[in-house]
Design a protein around this ligand. Structure first.
Ligand code: ASP
Length: 585
């Protein structure tokens, strides 16, 4: 089929050229004997004018018909500045209706008002929208930039099995029953973690993979049951080496995909400091307003609320927002109260405003003059400032102030647009205590190396052990996790023991892996970069489905093909499976 140009690429410099174009009818307007058609292909839209000599031929044409048009590019009398090709149009000489289309069940335009479920049901039509096509192209560019950069640094792309053995990344596995070995199951990999470590043992030194990962997690709006990681592992490096690779990778991706230049080296903050300053391990650094702890100011306080918190090892934390006092009325502050009480179990939110050099607010009367003066000095208060204070257990203070910081950051418009603030959070705790399971579990995964100086606390005080795990955070999103791994068999066995795996259980689940450690394992480490998150930031969307070709809904359903679904009795019989419970009725 003949086609000389792509529709979106025509410009004033093409005026006078004869072109043959193909594409879908975006819009058709009838102006008496003249018909205008906006013809769309992947590159964009161009206006075609059918004058009275030919308009009869497009009488029956409707939206989404496919046309092949031959004509001459000419300058428009009135340019349309909203269209990339708005200076020109194509005067049609010949037209072929290549295919007809029924009326589409969704509105195919960037600002469509069709609801998301209907769009997901007709995803192939939804994907005709320019924004979504651009997102998929952006995703492709990110992968290309990643491949090129990693290749140039000596990394080798290696595929690892999808039908695999369960890997422990903390989520539930998707299981695939074996037909040949009835009663046995494959697990879809939560990540290629074990395989990439085995590749290091095998001497591949530098590996990467654009790897599909599967996690059967509880429903959450920003999750998909399957997602993609740019998965990287390398031998003989430490944190500096790995951070260097990732920083060069990010710079290449941002430069090539959105022409943005990133700062030279990314900031690093240890986890504990990050939590103290921002109340979260994924802070948005596009604005300041960090948490200030006020325990020292109030150590001798007689204000009962603060006194009892300090006497029970709690903390008093504050956030200051300049020129915000007048923007939060009583009602506005009540909303913030509800937010921290219901969302974060904080008992109360205290507030102060400074006006004409004096502090007013919910606790102004309860504080002594000396305390107010010390507070003013510590927070460098000025007129117009709003101070929000929470006194409670450290965990509650941090999580609620962390969330308030982000909320006010948005409400007060403190967050700069088109700015990319990266942050390495390092030294994560090695373990966290699971109330549910009544035991310590690995915070990252059990192959992460503990800090050497903390190994002695593995059994006596697991909560005190820091690990060599790190995250890279971008504008409040966790973009990747990774760690330096354990490469010593004895230490690996000890870590399994610390999370309550007996030697038999560890052997049963990871025997092959532990055995591999015996034959000369190099020091190694790596990362798994969340591809969707990265593309979301680059595309400026906060909906993960905008960057996945065929996503599932928030309830993990594929509305287009109606999956998951029942299968034939015969298929189950072959697998030796009997359905005993069905929660769909
Ligand atoms: N496998 C890890 C994850 O999926 C990433 C890593 O440690 O390399 O989070």
């Amino acid at each position: 089929m003949k086609r000389t140009h792509e529709n979106g690429t025509l410009h004033a410099c093409d005026a006078g050229k004869e072109v043959t174009l193909v594409g879908w009818v975006q819009k058709r307007r009838n102006l008496g004997s003249i018909v205008f058609v906006d013809l769309r292909d992947r590159s964009g839209v161009v206006q075609i004018t059918f004058d009275e000599t030919i308009s009869e031929k497009v009488k029956e044409v409707r939206s989404e018909f496919i046309l092949q048009v031959t004509g001459t590019v000419q300058m428009r009398k009135d340019a349309n500045p909203k269209m990339a090709t708005g200076e020109i149009e194509v005067l049609a000489k010949d037209v072929v209706i290549v295919n007809r289309a029924e009326t589409a069940p969704i509105t195919i335009s960037d600002d469509t008002d069709t609801n998301e479920d209907t769009r997901l049901k007709y995803r192939y039509l939804d994907l005709r929208r320019h924004v979504l096509q651009q997102n998929l192209i952006l995703r492709h560019r990110v992968c290309m930039a990643a491949r090129n950069l990693l290749d140039s640094e000596g990394f080798v792309e290696i595929e690892t099995p999808i039908l695999a053995r369960s890997t422990p990344e903390g989520a539930r596995d998707y299981l695939v029953p074996s037909r040949i070995y009835n009663g046995k199951f494959w697990a879809l990999p939560q990540s290629p973690q074990i395989y990439k470590q085995l590749l290091m043992i095998s001497g591949m030194e530098k590996y990467f993979q654009i790897a599909r990962c599967f996690r059967d997690e509880d429903l959450r709006s920003d999750r998909q049951p399957e997602f993609t990681q740019i998965d990287i592992e390398m031998s003989f490096g430490d944190e500096d080496t790995i951070f260097g690779v990732v920083e060069r990778l990010m710079k290449a991706i941002f430069r090539e995909c959105i022409s943005a230049e990133l700062e030279d080296t990314f900031v690093r903050i240890p986890y504990s400091e990050c939590m103290r300053l921002y109340g979260t391990d994924k802070p948005d650094l596009r604005f300041g307003n960090t948490i200030t702890e006020l325990n020292d100011i109030f150590k001798d306080t007689e204000f009962q609320v603060f006194r009892s918190v300090l006497d029970t090892d709690g903390i008093i934390g504050a956030l200051k927002f300049s020129e915000a006092a007048s923007k939060y009325s009583r009602k506005g502050i009540d909303k913030l109260q509800d937010f921290v009480k219901h969302g974060f179990k904080a008992k109360a939110l205290a507030w102060l405003k400074q006006e004409n050099g004096t502090l007013s607010g919910s606790i102004a009367k309860a504080l002594s003059d000396a305390e107010k003066a010390a507070l003013s000095e510590k927070l460098s208060l000025a007129d117009g400032d709003l101070v929000l204070i929470i006194a409670d257990q450290a965990k509650i203070v941090r999580s609620s102030l962390g969330a308030l910081r982000v909320r006010l950051g948005h409400e007060l418009d403190l967050i700069e647009k088109d700015v990319y603030k990266f942050l390495w959070v390092t030294d994560f705790p090695m373990f966290e205590y699971s109330e549910e399971e009544n035991r310590w579990v690995a915070s990252h995964h059990p192959f992460t190396a503990p800090k050497e100086e903390d190994v002695r606390y593995l059994f006596s005080d697991p909560g005190r052990v820091s690990s060599r795990a790190y995250d890279l955070v971008l504008n409040g999103y966790e973009l990747l996790s990774g760690s330096i791994r354990i490469h010593d068999q004895d230490l690996q066995e000890k870590v399994f023991e610390a999370i309550g795996l007996t030697m038999e259980e560890a052997q049963e689940r990871f025997g092959f892996f532990l055995q591999a450690f015996r034959y000369g394992t190099p020091p190694h480490g790596g990362v798994g970069i969340g591809l969707e998150r990265l593309v979301m930031v680059l595309a400026g969307t906060d909906n993960i489905r905008d960057v996945v070709a065929f996503p599932t809904t928030n309830s993990s359903l594929d509305l287009m093909s109606d999956a998951p679904n029942v299968v034939d009795r015969a298929q189950l019989d072959i697998l030796g499976i009997e359905i005993t419970k069905n929660n769909n009725d």
